[in-house]
Design a protein around this ligand. Structure first.
Ligand code: NAP
Length: 276
């Protein structure tokens, strides 16, 4: 088993994830795994970094596929006995003008952004070693979507006692409510992406609390963040940040020094803790 520190970035064959891997290759003292659901796209991305003189390793990971997540888990367990840095970056968004029915958009978006991310956490968080870092890439849209929720929902999503099961129930209810076309009546905002990212931010707050309760002595720091508005296939060419700039806050959180006792359980943008 290798004692080399190891970092894993989900959805990193392009966009912000790719830029996070590039930065970690330069700054993280260990093995950096670029992961992708499609091995061809993943290997191509590794080769691109190689041309820049950077050495990333590749492992397949489709966060929608539990078997794929578990294969990565088993690999990390066997080869490294765990992992040191996990960046949950993989995500999807329908384009604003996409005509796919809203209920379908809700189901598909929540499946990857919330349920897929959660499944990765369920399988990989127990493997995170002491002084490890976990970064969940959310979005400022989670904050604006929270503002668009009913007072009752806002209260639940801001609660310091909400459980993961309760959060899963709420995310499931959103999808069901869209199918019945009652989501607005039920207090939800009209954004599937926004609700999925509320899920990611609230999940991060819950996970950080659980780490405090169950693994306090391990000094693991877990946070959610927004990369900013970044020029990628998701956000388009008009966005204000380059992918490398978008990677800055996630990488800052992934590389917090071992003597740092925070941030933890926070939502950050531009390396600054934001009020939730
Ligand atoms: P992007 O260019 O579309 O890249 C998304 C990445 O996620 C791709 O590598 C994609 O792989 C991967 N992915 C999607 N579904 C996956 C799955 N089921 N399993 C594994 N990988 C999967 O988007 P981006 O702008 O870099 O976004 C990265 C993250 O930042 C997302 O979580 C996004 O919500 C968040 N974010 C972005 C912005 C922005 O302005 N760009 C703002 C706020 C937050 P494929 O190539 O196979 O599709």
């Amino acid at each position: 088993m290798s004692n080399v520190p190891v970092a894993v970035v989900t959805g990193s064959n392009k966009g912000i994830g790719f830029a996070i891997v590039r930065a970690l290759c330069k700054q993280f003292p260990g093995d950096v795994y670029l992961t992708a659901r499609d091995p061809g796209r993943g290997q191509k991305a590794v080769a691109k970094l190689q041309e820049e003189g950077l050495h990333a390793l590749f492992h397949q990971l489709d966060i929608d596929d539990l078997q794929s997540i578990r294969a990565l888990r088993d690999f990390l367990k066997e080869k490294y006995g765990g992992l040191n840095v996990l960046v949950n970056n993989a995500g999807i968004a329908f384009k604003v003008h996409d005509t796919t029915p809203f209920a379908v958009q809700a189901e598909v978006t929540l499946k990857t952004n919330f349920f897929g991310t959660r499944n990765v956490c369920t399988e990989l968080l127990p493997l995170v070693k002491p002084y490890g870092k976990v970064v969940n890439v959310s979005s400022m849209v989670s904050s604006s979507a929270l503002g668009g929720c009913s007072r009752e929902l806002q209260q639940k999503f801001r609660s310091d006692t909400i459980t993961e099961d309760e959060l899963v129930e709420l995310m499931t209810k959103f999808v069901e409510d869209t199918k019945k076309s009652v989501h607005e009546k039920e207090g939800w905002p009209n954004t599937a992406y926004g609700v999925s990212k509320i899920g990611v931010t609230v999940l991060s707050r819950i996970q950080a609390r659980m780490l405090n309760e169950k693994r306090k002595g391990d000094h693991i720091l877990l946070n959610a963040c927004c990369p900013g508005w970044v020029r990628t296939d998701m956000a388009g060419p008009k966005a204000t940040k380059s992918p490398d700039e978008g990677a800055e806050t996630p990488v800052y959180l992934a590389l917090l020094p071992s003597d740092a006792d925070g941030p933890h359980g926070q939502f950050l943008s531009n390396k600054t803790v934001r009020t939730w």
